[in-house]
Write a protein that binds this ligand. Structure first.
Ligand code: FES
Length: 80
């Protein structure tokens, strides 16, 4: 599952599943600026680059390149 986040005019697409466990970041997570805090154990990531910003998370969140065209968001999911 993927998550799409909008901060101002910017859109970011990341994996929706927290790398610490199997929690959905969109269901129970809290977005504060560019930081998404997981609702299960309160670990956090920067949605711009996937870097961990708070323990207990240690593995980064996957972030996908995004292109905006008109009102549509396209995410490059790569080959894998
Ligand atoms: Fe997200 Fe533990 S499952 S911080």
């Amino acid at each position: 599952p993927l998550a799409a986040w909008r901060v101002g005019d910017a859109v970011f697409v990341t994996d929706d599943t927290c790398t610490h466990g199997q929690a959905s970041l969109t269901e129970g997570g809290v977005l504060d600026g560019f930081q998404i805090e997981c609702g299960l154990h309160l670990g956090a990531f920067d949605i711009r680059n996937g870097k961990v910003t708070s323990a207990p998370c240690t593995q980064p969140l996957r972030v996908y390149p995004v292109r905006l065209e008109a009102d549509q968001v396209f995410a490059d999911l790569g080959d894998d």
